[in-house]
Design a binder for this molecule. Structure first.
Ligand code: MN
Ligand code: MN
Length: 286
């Protein structure tokens, strides 16, 4: 364990773990303000702020066995990051463990999705950005290319983005635009409507949820690399996790940027979302 702390409650060994957790401190393709590499440490630290159970899900939850691998290395080249993440994630996915990753920037999602079989999962992102560029600033593994890479892997009808409010003309005008719902429509029609639309749109039953923390309004999550106003309410995102419910197949939270988060509130929110995912997962395993 490079930093000496593991996630709160992560006391299992690998073999008996239901949940496999990995910190991926990679932030080399960040386009505006870097620093998300420090997030795995800060989010783990924030996890000690909470009770072990989320009482609103019922006080007698069976605790899942959680194994925290610690952080993987953060090589310079994105190609090397891809291999590094796959090295840790692929065996965990293959053995049927529920994986939770703490980024790092959003690009860490690219190798995780590649650990799943093509027809096994669909990807839903919660993100201010559509992240569907072919390449960005010289790499196809940029955090601006996450949904495009997933669409190549899973098919474009197995990718859906929620909370989007920043799209380049290049992304919006192409024929194979990544399916998405804006934060404006979610504000008007509700998260329940939006999640239902997303679940109806994708073809595979199991849903991998990738939370780019900038999907949430910067008033609640200011500590992020590319903050974008008019975002989602954290309670709506909490509800989205519950609505995906039994279909959840894996989770990552990315783009928390501790240098831009002096109060630590964004790391605290990220940890609480991880706990929410674990609580929802427990509910459907019991
Ligand atoms: Mn993103
Ligand atoms: Mn984003």
């Amino acid at each position: 364990m490079p930093y000496g702390i593991s996630y709160a409650g992560a006391e299992s060994d690998y073999d008996s773990a239901d949940v496999f957790m990995l910190g991926i401190p990679y932030d080399r393709t960040s386009s505006f303000r870097p620093g998300s590499g420090q997030a795995p440490f800060e989010v783990r630290k924030a996890s000690y702020n909470f009770e072990e159970i989320c009482f609103e899900h019922g006080l007698d939850l069976p605790q899942l066995n959680i194994f925290d691998q610690g952080n993987c290395e953060s090589p310079f080249l994105p190609e090397d990051m891809i291999e590094e993440v796959k090295f840790f994630m692929a065996p965990a996915v293959k053995s049927g463990k529920f994986t939770i990753a703490i980024g790092g920037e959003h690009s860490v999602n690219i190798p995780i999705i590649r650990c799943f079989e093509k027809n096994d999962i669909s990807l839903i992102t919660i993100d201010a950005h559509l992240d569907s560029r072919d390449d960005y600033l010289g790499t196809i593994y940029s955090h601006a290319c996450v949904t495009r890479r997933a669409a190549e892997q899973l098919g474009i009808d197995n990718v859906f983005a929620l909370g989007v409010r920043s799209i380049s003309r290049e992304e919006l005008e192409r024929e194979d635009v990544v399916p998405h719902i804006t934060s404006f429509d979610i504000k008007e029609k509700g998260m329940e409507w939006a999640v239902k639309k997303a679940l109806d749109s994708v073809k595979n039953e199991r849903i991998y949820l990738s939370l780019d923390i900038d999907g949430i309004d910067p008033a609640y999550a200011p500590g992020t690399g590319t903050p974008e106003p008019f975002g989602l309410d954290p309670m709506d995102v909490k509800n989205a996790i519950g609505l995906i419910g039994s279909r959840l197949a894996g989770f990552d939270v990315t783009e928390v940027c501790p240098p831009a988060d002096p109060s630590g509130i964004t790391s605290i929110l990220a940890a609480r979302f991880i706990n929410e995912v674990i609580a929802v997962r427990s509910k459907y395993l019991s």
